[in-house]
Design a protein around this ligand. Structure first.
Ligand SMILES: C[S@@+](CC[C@H](N)C(=O)[O-])C[C@H]1O[C@@H](n2cnc3c(N)ncnc32)[C@H](O)[C@@H]1O
Length: 241
């Protein structure tokens, strides 16, 4: 298992629902807008096949998009058993298991001849160390998408230590949420130790460009976090292309 998956073991998975909503101000809004951006980019109702990479935790991408678009079906990929188990439990609870294929592992392991009409990569990229690993994951997604297909990418995109004010505000958000001093300290240690975000929005655009994606359009921002819709290279189809 890669380091980026190992850190999402049982303990972190158990705390994920609460921590993710505090750590990312606007977690639900980001997921709602991601679903709306995808629907707008794909245009029209109907059956669509969506690849959800890093789907572990609360399966929020699928829960939100499935409510908006009854015709969409999902393939959920995540290498962490603890995180994926949680997601599957949530999908069952919401009656969405039938609409979702689940793969415990990596995108590279999916058959290359199966193509998706859209993909999401939310909250994953900054956990991968180095540009090459990031570009490789993005390329493996691009290889499984139709030309012109939309990708939702959301991740932190500034070196944490480079923006002390944002980092301090992030700590204050934990305080506002009633976290104890100990919990705040642990949260801060986790974010500082566990990530390697692209250094800027330009760095995100460069990574996307070298991996086969074009024209990233940012639709959400929250402290270190950004969310973009980009298109796989190639001619686009669909009314909103
Ligand atoms: C912060 S969680 C994000 C979960 C979810 N997307 C959300 O928005 O709540 C990051 C997830 O990425 C997964 N992950 C780590 N490395 C990965 C990789 N190389 N490919 C796919 N998923 C990965 C982790 O196991 C974890 O479940």
């Amino acid at each position: 298992m890669t380091e980026s998956a190992e850190k999402f073991g049982p303990e972190r998975a158990g705390a994920y629902e609460r921590q993710s909503r505090i750590a990312l101000a606007g977690y639900e809004a980001c997921h709602e807008l991601a679903a709306c951006m995808l629907a707008a980019a794909l245009g029209g109702e109907g059956e669509r096949s969506i690849l959800v990479v890093g789907a572990g935790g609360t399966a929020q991408e699928i829960v939100t998009a499935a409510a908006l678009e009854p015709g969409w079906r999902f393939t959920a990929v995540d290498p962490s058993p603890s995180m994926l188990d949680l997601a599957v439990a949530r999908l069952r609870e919401r009656g969405l298991a039938e609409r979702t294929r689940v793969h415990l592992g990596y995108v590279e392991e999916l058959p290359r001849d199966v193509r998706f009409e859209a993909a999401t990569l939310i909250g994953v990229l900054h956990h991968l160390a180095g540009d090459e690993a990031k570009a490789q994951l993005l390329r493996s997604i691009a290889e499984r998408l139709d030309p012109g297909a939309p990708l939702i990418l959301a991740c932190n995109h500034r070196a944490y230590a480079s923006e002390p004010l944002l980092l301090a505000a992030w700590g204050e958000r934990w305080r506002l949420a009633g976290a104890s001093a100990e919990e705040r300290k642990r949260g801060l240690e986790t974010i500082l130790a566990g990530g390697d975000p692209p250094a800027s929005e330009e760095a995100v655009a460069e990574l996307l460009a070298r991996s086969g994606f074009k024209r990233p359009l940012r639709f959400f921002s929250s402290l270190f976090w950004g969310a973009w819709l980009a298109r796989r290279e190639g001619s686009e189809s669909g009314p909103a292309a």
